[in-house]
Design a protein around this ligand. Structure first.
Ligand SMILES: Cc1ncc(COP(=O)(O)O)c(C=O)c1O
Length: 382
């Protein structure tokens, strides 16, 4: 401790220091050998590892009850590293239309490398049973899903995955570990866009893969080190700061989402409200089984009759902001067909329940009544 310039008197800084160094001095060849042989967890080069990033990895692992965690530059980097690490030519991947749109783009790359992919509708997730093959190596899902907040039974997917020794990967971005811990329900890996609720303030991009074993961590670490998707230390520090208020924010987002869903459910200008916290929602029972502390901050609904109605509604919002992304302090609304799903062919965007006038809403932490008033006045204009 005495020789450490960060802790000259042995007292620790309240915030993990941002280590922006690319490389590290070897204090002796013996230290170099110990690092190379894996005897000590020393640092050599940022693409390999960074102390600020490593601190946050351990914190996210703790949130998910994971053995360890690999953090990368974005949520899509996390998903892609997972596919690259655990799939190869000839493998079969089962996934759902109801996953974040950019995964569709990644799927085109995977197909180029010989991975066979089956796409299912998350409302009919039991169809996984009929689609398992001998070479099914991975089931990848989001629950609740983007953008229709569909709920999939994680324990059911675990049983199916075991039929062919496949890996189960759950993107837990929408649920967050405050509400759901997929590793405890049988998932092998949990993915996060840490850009969202873990960071929480719209000021950083990061992706996390929480691992249930050290072996998985080592394999994912190898991929990240090889392709260079290591997070920068400054973003890691912002993420650490976000994590300090994560529980409080997650609780308030979920409370706001439930109140908003209940309000919209009774509104004459709203057709369908998709939120697993509503007793009428098809995912409610499973959500009760596998989620805790509420049902998360994400919901969706069909506004008015046409896309023009939905646009009028969004344009009239005064507090709620028209923007993509989610899980942050501000409440955000967007039309998925015009934003997050843009890169899919139109017929694909609307073939599993999303409509031209579907609005996705990410509840923030504002005063609940202010949000309800804002929704009411915007709907009055439709
Ligand atoms: C559920 C989900 N997973 C992954 C991602 C990708 O995250 P990122 O934008 O950090 O790459 C998103 C982005 O919106 C998302 O909503």
């Amino acid at each position: 401790m005495k020789n450490d310039p960060l802790t000259p008197y042995g007292n620790k800084p309240m915030v993990t220091p941002i280590v922006s160094a690319v490389n590290y001095q070897y204090t002796s060849f013996e230290v170099l050998r110990q690092i190379t042989d894996g005897e000590i967890d020393g640092y050599t080069y940022h693409r390999d590892d960074n102390p600020t990033v490593r601190t946050v990895e351990r914190k996210v692992a703790g949130l998910e009850g994971a053995e360890d965690c690999v953090i990368g530059t974005t949520g899509m980097a996390a998903a892609t590293m997972t596919f690259l690490t655990f799939l190869q030519k000839g493998d079969h991947l089962i996934t759902f239309h109801d996953i974040y749109g950019a995964n569709y783009k990644v799927s085109l790359i995977l197909e180029k490398f010989g991975v066979e992919i089956t796409w299912l509708d998350a409302w009919n997730y039991e169809k996984v049973q009929d689609n398992m093959k001998k070479n099914t190596r991975m089931i990848f899902c989001e629950t609740p899903s983007n953008p229709l907040i569909k709920v999939i039974d994680i324990e059911y997917l675990r049983e199916q995955a075991d039929r062919s020794g496949a890996m189960l990967v759950v993107d837990n971005t929408f649920a967050t570990p405050y509400h759901q811990r997929p590793l405890q329900l049988g998932a092998d890996l949990v993915i996060h866009s840490a850009t969202k609720a873990l960071g929480g303030h719209n000021d950083l991009m990061a992706g996390a893969i929480a691992c249930s074993t050290k072996e998985q961590y080592d394999k994912l670490w190898f991929t990240r080190q090889a392709i260079g998707t290591t997070l920068d230390a400054f973003s890691a520090s912002l993420l650490e700061r976000g994590l300090k208020t994560f529980d409080l924010r997650a609780r308030k987002m979920s409370e706001n989402a439930l109140r908003i869903a209940e309000f919209l459910k009774g509104h004459p200008k709203i057709k369908n409200v998709y939120y697993p916290g509503l007793e009428t929602d098809p995912g409610h029972k499973i959500a009760l089984k596998q989620m805790k502390n509420g049902f998360g901050g994400m919901l969706a609904f069909d506004a008015g009759e046409t896309q023009e109605d939905a646009k009028t509604f969004v344009e009239n919002l005064k507090i709620i902001i028209h923007a993509v992304s989610l899980g942050c302090t501000e409440t955000l609304a967007c039309l998925p067909v015009l934003t997050t799903m843009l890169y899919m062919p139109l017929e694909r965007r609307t073939s599993f329940g999303v409509k031209l006038n579907t609005v996705r809403l990410s509840a923030g932490i504002e005063n609940t009544q202010d949000l309800l008033d804002d929704l009411k006045q915007a709907l009055d204009n439709v």
